[in-house]
Write a protein that binds this ligand. Sequence first.
Ligand code: NI
Length: 140
Amino acid sequence: MTVHLGRRYGFPAAHRLYSHLLDEEQNRALFGKCANPYGHGHNYEFELDLRGPVDPVTGRAADLPALDAMVEREILSVFRHTNLNDLPPFRETVPTTENLAVEVLKLLKKAWPAEPALGQVVLEKVRIWETERNICELSA
Ligand code: NI
């Protein structure tokens, strides 16, 4: 029996919406107060959608402690309490929820095959909340 699981995580981080391809005035016109040079913070949340067979011995479809350790190492410790604009992926791209979701998915897909404890668990989607109203979802 294959089941679908969700696992949710969160991290606080700051960002400034600012495109290096635009000048100050264009950035202000496009992003408004989100282009403020001092930035602002969010309590980001993200959810992973997983799919896998239920193990007949453990009754589980995923080794959640192993998943949590991988997510801590690959995602949370990278982004927690940072200014996203200072991180290499966002030096040239705007740290929007869309670009953050792309980066999180990229990091997870890279790390996934090296985690034998995840066995037959497949990553299906990543969904990130910047705020209650601003959500981005990507299929793996
Ligand atoms: Ni923001």
